[in-house]
Write a protein that binds this ligand. Structure first.
Ligand SMILES: Cc1cc2nc3c(=O)[nH]c(=O)nc-3n(C[C@H](O)[C@H](O)[C@H](O)COP(=O)(O)O)c2cc1C
Length: 191
């Protein structure tokens, strides 16, 4: 089994990445393969609302000039999907929103092709807006029939500068339990 995580922060090794790693530790303990993809490093554009994904129904976005279709392939190959984001003005980063809009629409256009995969949001935040960020990511999961495990709190941790999130003990514990529950659910669904 495999979980692919998309880090939507422009800071490659920042707080979002650190939180994803804490989830990964528990997945790996459950013998689940993990891969983290940093999407903000390459160019990714927003949805053009061209509707071609509904015409073509080829499990791909009609815009081929960026990395988006390779990310969709990674989602299709994986059993679980983590979408990670810093909180930017009370929402996800623009890079993650582009992934959500385009991969989400391609999935809908192709009979909700991501259905019954397991999905989890991971959010880094300095102070406010994390629940909106968390909800935006969950919108992607819920309307694509992706199954979402819970944790002991909503999946975010507090920190401003790189590495600050490790000082948020409850946030780190939330990621640990999220990883345990994601591993448990993946084994139940695929065992
Ligand atoms: C453009 C921008 C907008 C931000 N907006 C918010 C915000 O609305 N609420 C908040 O608490 N923190 C906000 N922050 C702080 C980041 O969410 C916080 O530093 C987070 O830990 C960064 O995660 P990263 O290291 O993975 O990039 C913002 C930071 C930037 C650069």
């Amino acid at each position: 089994m495999k979980v692919v995580a998309f880090n939507g922060s422009p800071r490659k090794d920042g707080n979002t990445s650190i939180l994803i790693d804490h989830v990964f530790v528990e997945l790996q303990k459950g013998s689940i393969e993990t891969e983290k993809i940093w999407i903000a490093g390459g160019k990714i554009q927003g949805c053009l609302s061209c509707g071609k994904c509904f015409e073509n129904q080829d499990r791909a976005c009609a815009v081929k000039k960026d990395m988006l279709n390779s990310y969709i392939e990674k989602m299709l190959e994986a059993d679980g999907i983590i979408l990670g984001s810093p909180t930017y003005f009370g929402s996800v980063s623009p890079e993650l929103k582009m992934l959500i809009d385009r991969a989400g629409m391609v999935s809908i256009a192709n009979g909700r092709m991501l259905s019954r995969k397991v999905g989890a949001a991971v959010v880094a935040v300095r102070r406010g807006g994390a629940t909106d960020t968390f909800n935006t990511i969950n919108n992607f999961f819920f309307l694509n029939q992706i199954i979402v495990p819970g944790s002991t709190y909503w999946n975010f941790a507090f920190g401003l500068n790189k590495g600050d999130v490790v000082k948020d003990e409850e946030g780190i514990q939330t990621m640990k339990v999220l990883g345990e529950n994601m591993a448990w659910l993946l084994h139940k669904l695929n065992g």
